[in-house]
Design a protein around this ligand. Sequence first.
Ligand SMILES: Cc1cc2nc3c(=O)[nH]c(=O)nc-3n(C[C@H](O)[C@H](O)[C@H](O)COP(=O)(O)OP(=O)(O)OC[C@H]3O[C@@H](n4cnc5c(N)ncnc54)[C@H](O)[C@@H]3O)c2cc1C
Length: 507
Amino acid sequence: MGQDAPRRIVVVGGGTAGWMAAAALVSVLPSQRVQVTLVESEAIGIIGVGEATLPHLRHFNETLGINEADFIKATSATLKLGIEFVNWARKGDSYVHPFGDFGTEIAGLPFHQAWTRMRAAGKAREIGAYSLPVRMCAANRFDRPAEDPADFASRFGYAYQFDATRYAPFLRQHAEARGATRIEGIVDTVHCDPETGDIERLDLKDGQEIEGDFFFDCTGFRGVLIGQALNVGYEDWSHWLPCNRAIALPCEKSGPTPPYTRATAHQAGWQWRIPLQHRTGNGHVYASDFIDDETARQTLLDNLEGAPLADPRPLRFTTGRRKQFWAHNCVSIGLAGGFLEPLESTSIHLTQIAITQFIELFPVDNDYTLERESYNAHMTREFERVRDFLILHYHATERTDSEFWNYVRTMPVPDSLTEKMALFRQTGRVGRYQQGLFLEPSWLAVYLGQRIVPQSWDGRLDTIPEESLGQSLTTIESQIDQAMSRMPDHDTWLANLADVEAETRHG
Ligand SMILES: Cc1cc2nc3c(=O)[nH]c(=O)nc-3n(C[C@H](O)[C@H](O)[C@H](O)COP(=O)(O)OP(=O)(O)OC[C@H]3O[C@@H](n4cnc5c(N)ncnc54)[C@H](O)[C@@H]3O)c2cc1C
């Protein structure tokens, strides 16, 4: 692999992960640096679930030069302001984990400190009343955040809910137009250098041979390169996150399109509801140790909001991660690298981080041991932090109505999470990570939503009269009212986007 020749990167797999990787590589790195070939097999197909995303995907699309309206149209996307969790801490509970802040700082301290004091005095509403995106969800409103950071309406983010079978073909067009080459075929044999162990060549079933310098394993749960050829093991986290199966089933839409995903807890798992423009995606994620497949299927059917549009589709998975994400000259991305169950829509995001991180560390030399170590350490941290955040949803429950809830409520959890929960409960402080996906407002939303309420607040607030804190809370509520009064409902926003686009293109 000479330093001057472009690196030949072979991406195996044409699902969301494979085409995200190929599209990013050819969009961000010049053709003098990389030559990208993607191998995929229509006979194997893609997993075709994964419809809810996080706000960071907007940045990914922008970096690739993708027009938002084109993307929304191509994938029948809707907008997502957060996730509503129903029945998690107790049956009958509901809260939203929004993409945005709660309130604004009061006396230079995070909003929830003053809120905790006012709540203890019986003078605050529930925390969601002070969040613009939570209120937008409740009112079915949507608009893009204001660009002026001084404007209260700038204080939230948004993501997409899209048809998972349409994003990869959309990215394929983008990638091929920028020089990526696609090869149809099934990888049959992986040849490794007997001395270094690096992958040298792939033989396809139809006799084609593909050589490369780097290989991206995007073959989904199969892990054809990283697992089957390089024997990199898998760290199983099922003891903390016992859900291991899902049944997916789209249904007809009913009523206005909500700008959020819903996750409703059931007896041994939970059900997603993801509204798209043309249908609603549903799925029941459950733990097979605690419920049988037929009961799980029936639970899903009993809780649909519209007529089914297909047969229920069963899926199996093991929550965990590859012991090394990057081994030899092979980087595993997407489901091949690991899977954390879809409760917080993190999988596509972890794929995005993996791609971005590889590009950041793109080897300039033939010895890239340091880059590989740095990459593996970074991805391990990202996975572990998402893992802890997911465990919190299950562990911080008061439910005692099934074996499943009794298990997750009483199971030992990672020390990193135990410490964070104790810190919040005692002091209202959210332990800070230097890096990581979910920041303070996310942890706050889930702690409070799961009924972990701080026992005290920051003592510096005690010098401020209650009336003054009360006034701050009222001001925030009226700022939210004002911001929302300018916003259309979600369906109107989507319809306007289509009209504006048509005018721009034809007029
Ligand atoms: C129940 C469930 C719900 C989910 N919900 C969400 C969600 O809401 N949000 C989210 O972000 N993520 C979600 N995910 C994850 C999401 O589906 C995946 O991250 C995403 O689809 C990427 O998949 P992939 O490209 O890694 O694998 P796949 O889609 O499985 O693609 C694998 C590719 O590899 C190819 N391939 C395999 N073997 C070979 C071979 N031998 N030769 C050649 N090609 C081969 C296949 O043809 C295919 O093109 C969910 C996952 C599950 C299981």
